[in-house]
Write a protein that binds this ligand. Sequence first.
Ligand code: ZN
Length: 418
Amino acid sequence: MYELIEELYPICRSITGNGVRQTLERISQRVPLQIHEVPSGTQVFDWTVPREWNIEEAFIDDADGNRLIDFANHNLHVVSYSVPVDKVCTWDELKTHLHTLPDHPDWIPYRTSYYKDNWGFCLAHRDLDRFKAGPFRVCIRSSLTNGSLTYGETVIPGATDREVLFFNHVCHPSLCNDNLSGNAVLAELASRLRERQPRLTYRFVWAPGTIGSISWLSRNQAVVPKIHAGLVAVLLGDAGPFHYKRTRTGAEEIDRVVEFVLAEQGVATKLRDFSPYGYDERQFNSPGIAAPVGRLTRTPNGEYEQYHSSADNLDFVQPDYLEESLRVLERVVTVLEGNVSYRNTAPHCEPQLGKRGLYGSTGGTQPKKREHAMLWILSFSDTQHSLLEISARSGIDFDVVRAAADDLLAAGLLEPCT
Ligand code: ZN
């Protein structure tokens, strides 16, 4: 995962353009993706897919021809979606187009101007010292053309068409935690899931933030009712605690499962209720969509100093944290896979377990617990209680409950509810 981040780090991504295509192509080598192109000008709910932005070079030279800023050195140097410009300007004009972080004089900020025609440069505050009286030659060789918005997705079909959706944004340039960590962790999760034959169908989407999820939702309205659980999974590579942001109702299966897994895994965790600010969970939870999609991050957006700056770099994310995030997400998948509600097929009094070989002879390392788990499952399999609820109520480990349910299923004592 860290190696993939290293490879993707130098690519200049935005909400459209060749950087996104290159990124999806590289992710495709890890897990095959279907690539979709949505033409500029396409109406997607209340939004319009913008013109496609690409950039070749950008720089600022002083009057002596010294290069003060060069996009080739860092692709955060140019405000994303800057219109093309090639002119000589005074310091007074230029300074209104320069962005720095005075509190962090060595860091380059990340700025965008997607929906308003503008241009600008971002630089380390310390480098302002190099700007003398002027005039300055300013050049941005960018293009805004009728092209398309690109997103990638992969579907891993399960035994049922009820879907689990993993969504992440893929529109940030050289920033590691914000964007690349999620991109890499979900690529790994998807590639591992492809080796399994899951019960549920899994869909992974890599798309630009906001306009990408809106475009995807606009084109996939038939999929929305099938979404059984979903996560926006981003910002997964820093040292901070896990933050789970609940769905709008806070009462969906994904809420219960993620909260259970974070507690069970013993990782530092903070839980938050839904708010309409953040990443693409805003779109999935809008009242007309109302898909049960929560959000899992480590430190949330805007809550670490390095956020949206050049300090969100390859040192800020670390393999151990990526690994831990992957482990949590894999466990979320395992619990979603196993968390079924059943109907007890012999519900009149207790069925006789002994004559079915289920009592006193069960294998595994915890036979007594497994027998207890069977009694709990039979008692609560009235179609209204899932195995996760039975595990919580009984205090018996989820995996033991799951294994006991498999024994009861094999004996014909349970039927799954769909
Ligand atoms: Zn961001």
